[in-house]
Write a new protein. Structure first.
Length: 254
């Protein structure tokens, strides 16, 4: 387990990541204000989405990266290396965003009618949430989360950028289900970004790893049940086709 106390050796790293995360949250809130927050909302162009996604990942993931980055800094030296490590980490998440964008657009072009909310969209969203809840208990989740929380002590000879990409890969392995849940709930929704970011931070930096996974699974399972049974009554959920969703779509287009 990664001791949170290791950040005390490098308070500048914790402060820097918190400041970067706060700025990313501010930018995201300004950029996404009033936009469509319902599942299935258009992601825009690839360039726009990729830039927005990277900032979103900086907002959601950088604060909980502090213990890992502090451990790396303890085993190395030089602020430039810390910066390159963080760049590598975000580079991995940028690549994951491009893949997610491609899958989303391909699904819309091939079976868009079947994915409409009044058709199968409701069941797809709920199914994704249920699958994400189940993944919380999988061996792959446990293994990746253990590596995310473990200190980077091996001397592999990799550069800072490569180590950042590697760390991002372990993080993706334990968090991809939560990110899929974000798409199912509305990837442009600040509300769900906050919820998912909180679950990620609890898992990666909280004191109780198993309990954190259980909390995440419970939240996701309850959301899945709510969307299956009564989506209009799920707190914070923007129902596709509702006046709120239509207003967001109009703002995004104009």
């Amino acid at each position: 387990m990664m001791p949170l106390g290791i950040t005390r050796k490098h308070p500048e790293i914790l402060a820097g990541l918190l400041i970067a995360g706060a700025l990313a949250w501010w930018w995201t809130a300004e950029r996404m204000a009033g936009m469509g927050a319902a599942p299935g909302t258009s992601l825009g162009t690839l360039g726009w989405f990729t830039g927005s996604w990277v900032v979103m990942m900086a907002a959601m993931m950088l604060p909980s990266l502090a213990p890992t980055l502090a451990a790396y800094a303890t085993a190395s030296d030089g602020r430039v290396r810390w910066f390159l490590f963080t760049c590598g980490y975000l580079l991995l998440w940028a690549a994951a965003g491009v893949v997610a964008y491609g899958a989303f657009e391909l699904g819309k072009s091939l079976i868009g009618a079947a994915l409409a909310w009044h058709a199968g969209g409701r069941w797809v969203s709920g199914g994704v949430l249920a699958a994400a809840a189940a993944y919380q208990f999988s061996p792959a989740k446990r293994a990746c989360l253990a590596r995310c929380r473990g200190q980077l002590l091996e001397r592999s000879g990799r550069g800072a950028l490569a180590m950042g990409v590697r760390s991002g890969g372990w993080c993706l392995g334990c968090s991809w289900g939560l990110m899929a849940a974000l798409f199912a709930l509305g990837v442009m929704s600040i509300t769900w970004m906050v919820v998912i970011a909180g679950l990620v931070a609890l898992e990666k930096a909280g004191p109780w790893r198993s309990s954190a996974r259980l909390v995440g699974a419970t939240v996701l399972a309850l959301l899945a049940l709510g969307i299956f049974v009564a989506p209009a009554h799920v707190p914070g959920f923007v129902l596709p086709g509702s006046p709120t969703a239509m207003h967001g779509m109009m703002k995004a287009m104009g």
